[in-house]
Design a protein around this ligand. Structure first.
Ligand SMILES: Cc1cc2nc3c(=O)[nH]c(=O)nc-3n(C[C@H](O)[C@H](O)[C@H](O)COP(=O)(O)O)c2cc1C
Length: 207
């Protein structure tokens, strides 16, 4: 099949786009608002962007919010910082719960029964139950056009200035044990996948 997104002519019951670029890692972003109320939400339009310095991006849709911004993005633009917690198999339910649309003054970390711990370099808290935390300094927002106002996205880019890795995930050889960590990835629809010892494989790059 071939279709042109702008013509909405895929003819399928659901837009297949999100099912094609998969699996997408899930950045579980914690931030604080100007009153220091914590916010937590998952973003699968998320990835690493560069190595030195390490940077990450995520992108949030305007939806029906009045100012066209998710709470996470409003907080980050005001505070200049955020933490990216890596979502894993063990926290999949809380990750999903934290995507509920709740008023900005609600602390989703408390709401989901997760434990908040202080960061080293930023005000935004970390999620104790996540095995990896990237403490980030806000770099810039790139506005992504939409067909309508509600379709507009804002892509936030941050520099990773501090990285926490649960020591239990470091192998004797000094590698990160990804199979033990079990990160989850977003597929299309309501589907997810997870990395574990059964799904990992190796390929050596040509010289
Ligand atoms: C696995 C998952 C991935 C999501 N990815 C995104 C995303 O990339 N961009 C987005 O705008 N919303 C995404 N959402 C929805 C947001 O998490 C949801 O709108 C949330 O309420 C935003 O919270 P905030 O306003 O506190 O930032 C995702 C939800 C789930 C469950």
């Amino acid at each position: 099949m071939f279709y042109e997104p702008s013509k909405k002519n895929h003819g399928l019951p659901k837009n297949p786009f999100n099912s094609l670029i998969v699996p997408r890692p899930i950045g579980w972003i914690s931030s604080v608002d100007i009153n220091n109320i914590a916010n937590l939400a998952p973003y699968s339009f998320f990835n690493a962007v560069s190595y030195q310095p390490p940077t990450v991006m995520f992108s949030g849709g305007a939806g029906s919010s009045e100012d066209g911004m998710k709470d996470t993005i409003r907080n980050i633009e005001a505070s200049g910082e955020f933490v990216c917690n890596i979502a894993t198999w063990h926290t999949r339910e809380q990750m999903n719960q934290s995507s509920a649309a709740v008023p900005p003054e609600t602390d989703e970390i408390e709401l989901t029964g997760l434990t908040s711990i202080a960061s080293e370099l930023v005000n935004a808290p970390r999620i104790a139950q996540a095995p990896v935390h990237l403490e980030c300094r806000y770099l810039k927002t790139v506005d992504i056009p939409g067909w309508t106002k509600a379709d507009e996205y804002k892509m936030v880019i941050g520099e990773v200035i501090g990285i926490h890795i649960n020591d239990e995930l470091i192998t004797e050889e000094g590698l990160v044990d990804i199979a033990k960590m079990m990160p989850i990835g977003r597929l299309g629809y309501d589907d997810y996948t997870r990395v574990d010892s059964g799904s990992l494989f190796k390929i050596t790059r040509p010289r």
